[in-house]
Design a protein around this ligand. Sequence first.
Ligand code: SF4
Ligand code: SF4
Length: 306
Amino acid sequence: MNNHSNIVISIASGKGGTGKTTLAVNLALSLANVEVLDCDVEEPNVHLFLKPKIRHEDKAYLLVPEVEKEKCDFCGICQEVCAYNAIAVLKPTSKTKGNVLVFAALCHSCGACSLLCPQKAIKEVKKEIGVVVNGGLESIDFVGGRLNVGEAMAPPLIEQVLKCISRTKTVIIDAPPGASCSMISAVKESDFCILVTEPTPFGLNDLILAVEVLRKLKISFGVVINRSDIGDSAVLDYCVREDIVVLMQIPFEEKIARAYSQGITIVDILPEYKDKFRSLNNQIIRIIAKRNGFGYIKKNETNCCN
Ligand code: SF4
Ligand code: SF4
């Protein structure tokens, strides 16, 4: 949970393509004094809709081990301590020399191998994993991560984006879709998570998975149903059954779909939606205030309102 006096809202979805980024951008454009963090680093697209002016772009790195073989005695400790099977020790035999193989794509940069190597044979070297871009648009600050193509480790880049989290502005985090470790990395510091779904069997299935994750993390959450008039009532029935608040329903509108395909936001073509998004934000503030017993100033409690 965020420890500062501002509010941090993450927007996630069990399933891709439900309108998560659309909600993040339109909510940001409806509020004042906002920071948007694009943590969907494998497929970032907030910038396509928000169109921020990019001020700088910084390379992001992961520290991975490099073995100085002349110092190594092939004891095997590094392989034993690596929880991710990212390092393998081939002990020398009468016919072969020993070797230590590092699988950098699996390395989580925990540092255990270099710390525990008795021969001090492991040093950490930088491996570029992507970029972090900083920019903005009027009162909206923007920070986004972009993972290099073929790079598997999204969470370390997400952590680097989250280091830019504002302590004063309302923060909106566009989280990766799914319910994996990338999504967890993106939502874990938030005060509230909006789960965007659609009223289909796939939408419901993936919503259930995301709800389970948020309950385990003890993060308050609510649901927004996009294209709410297409499909069935199973998502609504599930929310009622599980006592999950449905914050907003956005019906399908061809105008919105056409605008989306051209990178145009909902509030640009239907400005009346600004009030709906502000009202969504006010609902979240009220839920957090109720949870905390006063205002939305943070307490060190972990109660989940759902
Ligand atoms: S822990 Fe150090 S000395 Fe032992 S095998 Fe690994 S690199 Fe070599
Ligand atoms: S830094 Fe951690 S994850 Fe990476 S190889 Fe070493 S022990 Fe494994």
